[in-house]
Design a protein around this ligand. Sequence first.
Ligand code: PGA
Length: 310
Amino acid sequence: MHFTFRQLHIFESVARNLSYTRAAEELFLSQPAVSMQIKQLEDHIGLELFEQIGKKVFLTEAGKELYHYSQKMFRELNEAKDILWEIKGGNQGTLTIAVATTATYFALHLLGCFRERFPRVNISLDVANRESLLKRLDENTVDMVIMGKPPDSEEVIAEPFMENPLVVVAPTHHPLAKRKKIPLELLLKETFILRERGSGTRSAMELFFSKLNTTIPSSIEISNNEAIKQAVQAGFGLGIVSQHTLEKELTLKRLLILDVDSFPIMRYWYIVHRENKRFTALQQAFKDLVIQESKELINGTTFQINPELG
Ligand code: PGA
């Protein structure tokens, strides 16, 4: 079986786009040239890689297998390219990271610091829920992940680098706003705005209430931190969110943190990568910065329960 790198490159583009036209545009080729290369590749392999049903292009079983391995191969090649760049002396390369939705609030700050130091770095940032983050780690499509609850697998290295306090937020006019040490029983009478299933914040909340032998009281589900804060502001209920999401609302006095017994729920942020990941110097520099820079963030964190409580 003999085929060329160029054919594989064209195959990868058609398979990713599931379109000969889009692949041709992407590769600056004519569509007949793309079709011819795919035909030659199929002839070399002796199997069909695509099937066309109506106007739609699908991968055959052989096509799916080849797509899986070609993606793997191109990832490795990109890694090799980055390492070769470094050997040539350029602080150039790609950093591919994925972060939990809630972590975006500080991850962008960390990435900003990183780009100041390495202005020629290309950054790819994926914001996703825990389930997708685990998949990306498993498929080795990211260099590092920032998440609240690392997987239990021995194949990953997870280092905690910053506290992640979950607090109860309320609109400023809420009847409990001025109370100190609010007992949990009172909280159970409230409506809560919850994150979606699969969110780390949500599962921490569920765990918290299950330890109290109760379930989350009346609730409204919203899959977005910003929308949750707006719903709380509008009086739909209380929220339990990471303190990292609240900087603006606390400064502008749009929301306040209630002084509730047993709160905050203390969690941690982890930087996670596969155990056998071979980092370029640039990727290692990012990991070091996260661990270094977050220490400053921790020191700078002041925990603001409703300031009027004194
Ligand atoms: P999330 O945050 O709620 O945005 O998924 C991750 C976590 O806290 O584990």
